[in-house]
Design a protein around this ligand. Structure first.
Ligand code: GUN
Length: 315
């Protein structure tokens, strides 16, 4: 029988496909590193008898996700040694009462920065609320002045989630220079600002950014050519393996609660990426939970310290 030693069985051909050495973008560990640095700053300030940063958070209603995020923000303040104040309102609170509270927080000298957790109930105009916050205390970076400064690369507060993503890439030495980056989702608080930040002439940055959204045609064709994919669309497991090229960097911003009877609490947190099938193709991938979420909180803490330092320097 003729044998063909130079022919490789198909089963082995598959294994010849370039193996990717996947690294986890561990947001929890990276955020812990940042919190430790901030804690050192707080300890030094305490020794010097200086003011400790103070963050206030306003939470309206009882949405489970929002409550979890706000509690995590308060807990991070405790860990670092920041002061924190949580202000809670019932779902039915009027816009007027909320705006009055914002006015008093703007004027309160003991508060360095504050946030109003989004989303707000339908009867409250989020834009009006965001614009009512003094830009100097807007540690979420949502105010038009801060967003405008960010676009022009001027000093100001960067929105916490995109800033957290950039910091995550930076601290994990992910190369962005000249890379093609596809962002899925054009929200005001993630996709749109991130598209500016990753396109800037900075490091991390200098990406060629494509901002995709619900009307984008042939999305898979676009994502499968990307060096970096950021999924921020809010659809659980939307990004599948066929949409990702070998060796890509994938950042998952999604945090949707989906029913899960196997969990005592009845739900599980799902990202926008089908992790199990996408991860083996990636050079880097962020998990959910433990990826972007902790980095958003770390950015908020950095912004709060920055707000206090700016106030001190303007004295
Ligand atoms: N809702 C979802 N993300 C955020 C955030 O970063 N800040 C606030 N205030 N609300 C949010």
């Amino acid at each position: 029988m003729i044998s063909y030693p130079y022919l490789i069985p198909i089963s082995e051909c598959v294994s010849l496909e370039k193996k990717v050495n996947m690294q986890l973008l561990d947001g929890k560990a990276t955020a812990a590193e940042i919190k430790l640095e901030l804690r050192q700053v707080v300890l030094k300030r305490k020794e010097e008898g200086k003011k400790i940063p103070h963050l206030a958070a306003v939470l309206v209603g009882n949405d489970g996700g929002s409550m979890t995020y706000v509690n995590a923000k308060v807990k991070a303040c405790d860990e670092i040694g920041f002061e924190s104040t949580l202000i809670r309102y019932d779902e039915t609170v009027s816009e007027e009462i909320l705006l009055r509270k914002i006015d008093s927080l703007n004027k309160d000298k003991s508060i360095d920065g504050f946030i109003v957790q989004l989303p707000l109930p339908k009867h409250i105009d989020e834009l009006k609320v965001t614009q009512a916050i003094d830009a100097r205390k807007d540690v979420d970076g949502f105010h038009p002045i801060n967003l405008g400064n960010m676009v022009l690369n001027l000093p100001g507060f960067l929105p916490a989630t995109p800033a957290g993503i950039v910091e995550l890439l930076k601290r994990n030495n992910v190369e962005t220079e000249g890379k093609s980056c596809v962002i899925i989702g054009r929200s005001n608080i993630v996709g749109t600002p991130l598209s500016i930040m990753l396109g800037r002439n900075k490091s991390p940055g200098n990406c060629t950014v494509t901002l995709t959204h619900s009307r984008t045609k042939n999305l898979s064709e676009i994502t499968s050519k990307a060096d970096i994919i950021v999924a921020a669309i809010g659809k659980p497991e939307f990004v599948t393996a066929d949409m990702v090229k070998n060796g890509a960097v994938v950042v998952d911003v999604g945090t949707t609660r989906v029913e899960d009877a196997s969990k005592a609490r009845g739900w599980a947190l799902k990202g926008d990426v089908k992790f199990d099938e996408v991860a083996p193709k990636c050079s880097y991938i962020s998990p959910v939970p433990g990826g972007v979420g902790p980095m958003t909180i770390a950015s908020l803490m950095m912004n709060t310290l920055h707000a206090m330092e700016l106030k001190e320097n303007n004295k």
